[in-house]
Design a protein around this ligand. Structure first.
Ligand code: PLP
Length: 414
């Protein structure tokens, strides 16, 4: 069925002899489906401006994204460690492929369904950083291992290791395993030292498992405000895992992987002895939560990486003094805080608490006042859950839409 409101339909109607139909020079508001039709192999050839996209929509600035990838790789190479970026951030195989093509040793995933999507789209080195504990997920993971030989599974308790070994044997595979060591937050992982060493030894002896090392991720360390405090916390929370690694080495165990760390500690983690790679996620996009921290060189702003991800929104009401309402509320932004930042403007704030509406409040020094129909971009509050709200993201170079990337692992939360 033809969409009566689509630009294509409108132009078609105009071309079909309706000489009196007025066609505006720029028709604002291409639908997702229309832009998809203009794309070949994800690339858009027709020179669409991002300002002509229907909103709310998700936009990634390609120059910034590429700059972030480059910045990460250059720093890690200098520090002698690798990146194994976490795909839970972008859920987008095209970005995972870019990361691998620019030097990452593989990717991480949080869910077995994410792993399946990434493998289907050509990613072969996948570390699952969370444990699979139900029989169904264990079977899925071992089935994936059959095809994806570079799949590595985290384990943090002996019973789970035995279940995995049984499932691996049933699937006819030998599963590669890393022991997840608790950095002290008791959210996941086994206690460092003797318990972790014993688990590693058990994995080493189980018939259908092959030990590959360990991982230790301290989420709480990533967002410590001041760089010096962040460094102290990160180094101390990974200390137990580093000692466990030494004990594993002494016992002759395989320790080729020691993975940990994230965007907040990427330039600290190489100081942890033996660490091989960082599981950085947010650096590709950045967000308001990370920008609010201090960096190694700038105590007021974490500006090591450029904000590349924005939600484009349209003003739908501007008739009340001091306020404007947009079409991007909680369903387009989540309700994470700090609230999104209005890109390129000052003297105004944004809240996204209502389901369908966002609110702009102007201060006395607002850099501009919006009219109905105006569009603006929001630097997202927290990138991971925002990406999970969109089927696709538009990659732009300057103002021009260059690619459409499906968020193929969107909603893959199982
Ligand atoms: C296990 C694990 N590793 C790495 C990351 C990536 O962290 P960041 O986005 O801070 O780089 C996360 C994010 O929560 C995570 O849970």
């Amino acid at each position: 069925m033809t969409d009566p409101f689509s630009r294509r339909h409108f132009l078609h109607a105009a071309g079909a002899g309706a000489a009196s139909v007025w066609i505006p020079r720029t028709v604002h508001g291409y639908t997702e489906a229309e832009v998809r039709k203009m794309a070949f192999n994800e690339r858009v050839e027709e020179g669409i401006s991002k300002w002509d996209l229907d909103t709310p929509c998700l936009i990634v600035d390609l120059d910034r994204l590429e700059g972030n990838l480059d910045r990460m790789q250059t720093t890690l190479a200098r520090n002698g460690i690798a990146s194994r970026p976490h795909a839970k951030t972008h859920k987008c195989p095209a970005i995972a492929r870019l990361q691998v093509a620019t030097g990452s040793v593989g990717i991480c995933v949080a869910k077995i369904s994410e792993a399946e999507v990434m493998f289907e789209h050509g990613i072969e080195q996948i570390l699952m950083t969370t444990v699979n504990v139900t029989p169904r997920k264990i079977r899925r993971a071992m089935h994936l291992k059959k095809w994806c030989t570079g799949f590595i599974q985290a384990v943090d308790n002996p019973a789970n290791a035995r279940d995995l070994s049984a499932a691996a044997a049933e699937a006819g595979v030998v599963a590669d395993i890393v022991v997840d060591v608790d950095p002290g937050g008791h959210r996941s992982g086994i206690t460092a030292g003797a318990p972790a060493l014993e688990l590693a030894q058990l994995v080493d002896t189980l018939p259908a498992l092959r030990l590959r090392g360990l991982l230790c991720y301290d989420g709480g360390a990533q967002h410590v405000q001041a760089f010096a405090d962040r460094r102290t916390r990160a180094l101390s929370s990974l200390e137990g895992a580093a000692e466990t690694l030494v004990q594993m080495n002494r016992s002759g165990l395989d320790t080729r992987v020691f993975s940990g760390g994230g965007t907040g500690t990427y330039n600290i983690d190489h100081e942890t002895p033996g660490l091989t790679d960082v599981q950085v996620g947010s650096y590709v996009f950045m967000d308001a939560q990370y920008l609010a921290l201090g960096g190694a060189h700038n105590p007021d702003k974490y500006d090591d990486f450029a904000p590349a991800l924005t939600v484009m929104t349209t003003v739908v009401n501007a008739q009340y003094e001091g306020l404007a309402t947009t079409d991007a509320g909680a369903k387009a932004n989540t309700i994470n805080q700090p609230w999104p930042i209005i890109a390129g403007e000052t003297g105004m704030s944004y809240t996204a608490g209502s389901d369908e509406y966002g609110s702009i409040r102007y201060g006395d020094d607002a850099s501009r006042i919006y009219a109905v129909g105006d569009k603006l971009e929001l630097i997202v509050s927290h990138c991971d859950p925002v990406v999970n709200l969109y089927d696709q993201m538009y990659g732009v170079r300057g103002d021009t839409v260059e690619v459409i990337w499906p968020v193929s692992a969107r909603g893959k939360s199982v």
